[in-house]
Design a protein around this ligand. Structure first.
Ligand SMILES: NC(=O)c1ccc[n+]([C@@H]2O[C@H](COP(=O)([O-])OP(=O)(O)OC[C@H]3O[C@@H](n4cnc5c(N)ncnc54)[C@H](OP(=O)(O)O)[C@@H]3O)[C@@H](O)[C@H]2O)c1
Length: 166
């Protein structure tokens, strides 16, 4: 079972498609509900099975992360793959509803918090947690975003950080 944040569009959706086509049950998370429903339909057709679901949640907000984790826990008792994919690039310094700088919230707090909230499910599987966030780039090895990966690895889990090239 796999969860892809930002899985209703862009790189996340193609990641979700590849996982679903290989037979995985997939949950994709995005903000826009309609876009989520359209992505589910598209991914189901590609995969040839119905085990694709969407959750609408803003991962730059703590309540959104909690709602997403709860929705996954309600439906699944283990998580094999977690792809923390959401990235944001606001034109200037903006704050989330929680009062946190938006890029920091999306690239650092969200991967860390979601991985932490879902750790009980990850621990039930030989799980892999991955991040496509720029803050998790190997070029920035000492950022907090890589710390969660190290923590997951030292807990016996597989963790990778990936930065797609432009
Ligand atoms: N594209 C590149 O060339 C590139 C290069 C280097 C790194 N990256 C990184 O790769 C990742 C994906 O990039 P991308 O270009 O595929 O991104 P994208 O097209 O902007 O991703 C859109 C997806 O993210 C969701 N999303 C955006 N903000 C969200 C939020 N606050 N909460 C929940 N979902 C949210 C969108 O949902 P809605 O449509 O519902 O808003 C949609 O599913 C990012 O971390 C990005 O920084 C991309």
């Amino acid at each position: 079972m796999a969860l892809v944040t930002g899985g209703t569009g862009g790189i996340g959706k193609e990641t979700a498609r590849a996982l679903a086509e290989r037979g995985a049950s997939v949950v994709v998370a995005g903000i826009d509900r309609e876009r989520g429903l359209r992505a589910v339909q598209d991914l189901k057709e590609s995969a040839g099975h119905d085990r694709v679901h969407a959750v609408s949640a803003d991962v730059t907000r703590l309540d959104g992360l909690r709602r997403l984790a709860e929705a996954v826990r309600e439906r699944h008792d283990r998580l094999d793959v977690l792809v923390n994919n959401v990235g944001v690039n606001p034109p200037g310094r903006t704050l989330t509803a929680d009062g946190v700088e938006r890029m920091f919230a999306a690239h650092v707090l969200a991967p860390f918090t979601l991985t932490h909230l879902l750790l009980p499910l990850l621990e039930r599987a030989p799980a892999r947690a991955s991040s496509t966030s720029p803050a998790a780039s190997p070029a920035a090895p000492s950022t907090p975003a890589t710390c969660w990966a190290s923590a997951a690895t030292s807990a016996g889990r597989s963790a990778t950080t990936t930065t797609p090239r432009r």
